[in-house]
Design a protein around this ligand. Structure first.
Ligand code: GYE
Length: 322
């Protein structure tokens, strides 16, 4: 990296500038950020996590001078596949993709490979052969599920009923957060997951599904496990509309650690949030540049994540960037 930066700086030095035309290659033959063309297929704008992620990618591209061709898939895999085909036709240097669901990517990733364009998975994994992507930059969603479960066990003191708001069906975070949570809960026979439905990672769907759970189970519900904060915020609304106190009558644990989750903890309505970092822009382009220059990169670059509780939420909120 350092060598690359130095190379880029050296070729930027005034003595090398013959005219104002852009510098095409760094001195050592590698390309620099300013020549890098990246196609990025984003999922959509379903949550605050996602909009924070999009902002991070666009901002990093601008700061580094990378040419970014950004496509919003509006939650549809077919739109993402179309975008990737367009990037291939445009002969971009690298393709970044955050796959809405895990399966169904084999053909289009193969097309990119045949065209010699590397694919980097960002945020969500795809269930494809290892040679069809270069690297995965994102969180350990199974671990997030385990962390949520451990917090839940403490909150319930080892016994109680849980309803679960699942993320987008077929998506890596929904599959892994579901599995990681159960990995821990199965050792507590007094804890029961009585219902589990998708809220598609949105506030509106989270509110609607939680309303249905309350109609069916009412005060039998001790706790909510939401696969993201937005669905937890929807659930808080439904619980209040039902006449119970979120965070007290019904404990709530969710994932992401968005600003509104800190506010909900300050208000006593959310009991914990497990961090999932969306600020992946700078790391993504660093990786893309290495890949474009043929450097070898790790197959998985995991994000570091924390767990936050109501204590201290007030001091932390102003420091949160998403
Ligand atoms: O937790 C959720 C978003 O893929 C990790 O997607 C991401 C998840 C995130 O919609 O809020």
């Amino acid at each position: 990296m350092l060598t690359l930066l130095l190379a880029a700086c050296q070729s930027d030095a005034p003595s090398n500038v013959v005219n104002s035309a852009p510098i095409v290659e760094a001195e050592d033959g590698t390309i620099a950020y300013e020549e890098l063309v990246v196609g990025y297929s984003q999922i959509g704008a379903e949550s605050e996590w996602r909009t924070g992620n999009t902002d991070s990618i666009k901002e990093a591209a601008e700061n580094l001078g990378v040419e970014l061709i950004f496509s919003d898939g509006q939650q549809k895999q077919e739109n993402q596949i179309k975008a990737i085909r367009t990037f291939i036709a445009q002969q971009v240097d690298v393709i970044g993709v955050s796959p809405v669901v895990e399966t169904g990517w084999d053909s289009v990733f193969q097309e990119a490979k045949d065209a010699g364009i590397p694919i980097i998975l960002v945020d969500r994994r795809a269930d494809v052969a290892e040679d069809l992507y270069t690297s995965y930059l994102g969180s350990d969603f199974v671990e997030e599920g385990r962390n949520a479960a451990n917090v839940m066990v403490d909150l319930l003191d080892g016994g109680g009923t849980i309803v679960e708001l699942v993320g987008t069906i077929g998506s890596a975070p929904a599959i892994d957060r579901y599995a990681g949570f159960r990995e821990i809960i199965k050792d507590y026979p007094e804890i029961e997951i009585i219902a589990s439905e998708t809220g598609d990672f949105t506030r509106a769907k989270g509110e609607e599904v939680m309303g249905d759970f309350l109609q069916i189970y009412g005060e039998e519900i001790d706790a909510v496990y939401a696969h993201n904060d937005d669905m937890a915020i929807g659930a808080i609304r439904a619980i209040e509309a039902y006449g119970l106190k979120p965070g007290e009558d019904i404990k709530i644990v969710s994932i992401d650690a968005i600003r509104d989750a800190f506010q909900a903890m300050i208000d006593g309505k959310l009991n914990a949030t497990i961090e999932c970092n969306p600020l992946l822009g700078p790391q993504f382009f660093e990786l893309a540049l290495k890949v474009a220059n043929g450097e070898s990169v790790p197959k998985w670059i995991p994000s570091e994540e924390k767990i936050f509780f109501p204590e201290g939420a007030e001091e932390i909120l102003p420091t949160r960037r998403y």
